[in-house]
Design a protein around this ligand. Structure first.
Ligand code: ADP
Length: 447
C-alpha cells in the first residue's frame, strides 16, 4: 500500500480524499495556490506545498509544479480529485512516467471517454443504448440539417470536447439548425479549443440517471446502483438522490448489470460513472466520467462503501475485496450542493464566512472545507459544502433533510440553502415527479 499520497486538488474534495487516506494510515501532501494558504485541506494534511498564484492555470492545473511537489515530498501516488486535472490523460501519463501511481483509470480510457464522439461510438460497441443522432462528428450546418430531417426535431448540437453544459444548443426546427450549429461550434472552440460538434435527438422530458461503478482492472467490476441527478440548472446538478424515485429494483439491476458488463469488456480500472438520460422506461447513454464525482457520497450512504478508499486500493494493485452479491442497498440518500451564490440568479457570491454551524445527528454528513472566518476566494468553483442525508426511507430522508437545512448556518455570503429549503417543500419534488427541465421552471416561477 502507498505510504504518502499527493492530493492534486482543493476544497471539500481534497479534504474528502485526505480523510480516506488518514483512515488507511496513509500520509497526505496538500498542494495549494497562494489564495488557499489558509485552506482547511492545507491545515489538515501532513505536508503542504505552494504550487503557484491564484489562477488555476498557474497552480491547480500546473503539471510541472504538482510533479515537483510530489518529488520533493516523496509521495508515491497522486489523487486528482474532481475537476482540474482529473480527466486529463496527459497528466495521468506523466504522473505514471515519473514512477508515481495515478489514482484513476488508464490514460487511454480517460482520453477515449473525454472525446464524446469517440465515447458514444465506444458505448455502441459496448452494447450500451445511446441517444439517436449523428454517427460521429457533423462537418457542416447543411449536414446537420440533413440528419435532423431524418431523426426529427427538436435536436441538440453538442460539443465533442464538451463539459459543464457548454457548447450545447437546441434547434427546435429547420429554421434554427444553422444558427444552433454555428453557435455550438464557436462556443466549443472558445471553451475547449476544439470546435467539433455532433448531433442528438433532444429529449423532451428525460431524467438524468447515472450508474456508479468500481472496477479493479483485474476482471472484477461491481455497480453501486444509480443516482438521480435530474435537478439541474444550466445543465449543472444542484441536488442528487439515490436510489432514483423513477426506477424499480428490476430496472436498477438490469442497467447496473449492463454497465458492469460493458466495463468488464473495456477492461476499465478505478471508479467511474456512466451517465444516461432516462425517458419512458428507456436509458440513453450520454457520457462517461472517468473519475470520482461530486455526488459520490449518496452512493456511499446507501451501500456503506467508501469509494475513495476503493480507488486507492485499486491503484495500489489490489483486487476488489467484494463481489456484486456483497453489495446491498439500504435506505435513501440525498445530497444538496451548497454553493456560495445567489439562490435566484446563481451569480457567485464570494466573501468571508462570518458565522458557520454545520448540522449533525444521525444520518447527516457534511463534506466541506469552510469555517467561520474563512474567506472564499473568487477564483474557483462556488461549491462550498455538500449536505448528505441518509434515511431508512425516502420520506425519512426528506424529513431529516428539512431539519438539517434548518440547522445549517452560513453567514456572510449568499448560499443556495434557501433554494433547497423551498425546493423540498414542493409536491412535485416530494412525489419524485421531476425531469431535467423541472428545476429551471421552478426557479422561474418563484417571486
Ligand atoms: P456535459 O459534459 O457538458 O455535462 P452532458 O452530455 O453530460 O454534457 O449533458 C449535460 C446535461 O445536458 C444532461 O444532464 C442533460 O440535462 C442535458 N442533455 C444532454 N443531452 C441531451 C439530450 N440529447 N436531450 C436532452 N437533454 C440533454
Amino acid at each position: 500500500m502507498f505510504e504518502k499520497i499527493l492530493i492534486a486538488n482543493r476544497g471539500e474534495v481534497a479534504l474528502r480524499i485526505h480523510r480516506a487516506c488518514r483512515e488507511m494510515g496513509i500520509k497526505t501532501v496538500a498542494v495549494h495556490s497562494t489564495a488557499d494558504a489558509d485552506a482547511m485541506h492545507v491545515r489538515l494534511a501532513d505536508e503542504s506545498v505552494c504550487i503557484g498564484p491564484p489562477p488555476s492555470r498557474d497552480s491547480y492545473l500546473n503539471v510541472a509544479a504538482i510533479l515537483s511537489a510530489a518529488n520533493i515530498t516523496g509521495a508515491d501516488a497522486v489523487h486528482p480529485g474532481v475537476g482540474f486535472l482529473s480527466e486529463n490523460a496527459e497528466f495521468a501519463t506523466v504522473v505514471e512516467e515519473h514512477g508515481l501511481a495515478f489514482i484513476g483509470p488508464t490514460p487511454e480510457h480517460i482520453s477515449l471517454m473525454g472525446d464524446k464522439v469517440a465515447a458514444k461510438k465506444a458505448a455502441v460497441d459496448l452494447n450500451l443504448p445511446v441517444v439517436p443522432g449523428s454517427d460521429g462528428a457533423v462537418e457542416s450546418p447543411e449536414r446537420a440539417a440533413e440528419i435532423a430531417g431524418e431523426i426529427g426535431y427538436p435536436v441538440l448540437i453538442k460539443a465533442s470536447a464538451g463539459g459543464g453544459g457548454r457548447g450545447m444548443k437546441v434547434a427546435r426546427n429547420a429554421d434554427e439548425i444553422n444558427d444552433a450549429y454555428l453557435l455550438a461550434a464557436s462556443e466549443a472552440g472558445a471553451a475547449f479549443g476544439n470546435d467539433t460538434v455532433y448531433l442528438e435527438k433532444y429529449l423532451g422530458r428525460p431524467r438524468h440517471i447515472e450508474v456508479q461503478l468500481l472496477a479493479d482492472g483485474q476482471g472484477q467490476v461491481v455497480h453501486l446502483g444509480e443516482r438521480d441527478c435530474s435537478l439541474q440548472r444550466r445543465h449543472q446538478k444542484l441536488l442528487e438522490e439515490a436510489p432514483s424515485p423513477a426506477l424499480n429494483a428490476a430496472e436498477r439491476n438490469a442497467i447496473g448489470e449492463r454497465v458492469a458488463q460493458a466495463m468488464r469488456h473495456l477492461g476499465y480500472r478505478s471508479a467511474g460513472t456512466i451517465e444516461f438520460l432516462y425517458e419512458n422506461g428507456e436509458f440513453y447513454f450520454i457520457e462517461m466520467n472517468t473519475r470520482l464525482q461530486v455526488e459520490h457520497p449518496i452512493s456511499e450512504a446507501i451501500t456503506g462503501i467508501d469509494i475513495v478508499r476503493e480507488q486507492i486500493r485499486i491503484a495500489a494493485g489490489l483486487p476488489l475485496a467484494f463481489t456484486q452479491e456483497d453489495v446491498s442497498f439500504s435506505g435513501h440518500a440525498i445530497e444538496c450542493r451548497i454553493n456560495a451564490e445567489n439562490p435566484r440568479t446563481f451569480l457567485p457570491s464570494p466573501g468571508t464566512i462570518s458565522d458557520y454551524h454545520a448540522p449533525g445527528g444521525l444520518g447527516v454528513r457534511v463534506d466541506s472545507a469552510i469555517y467561520a472566518g474563512y474567506r472564499i476566494p473568487p477564483y474557483y468553483d462556488s461549491l462550498i459544502a455538500k449536505l448528505i442525508v441518509h434515511g431508512q426511507t425516502r420520506n425519512e430522508c426528506l424529513m431529516r433533510l428539512r431539519r438539517a437545512l434548518e440547522e445549517f448556518v452560513i453567514e456572510g455570503v449568499e448560499t443556495s440553502i434557501p433554494l433547497h429549503q423551498e425546493l423540498i417543500g414542493v409536491s412535485d419534488f416530494i412525489n419524485g415527479d421531476y425531469d431535467i427541465h423541472w428545476l429551471e421552471k421552478f426557479v422561474d416561477s418563484l417571486d
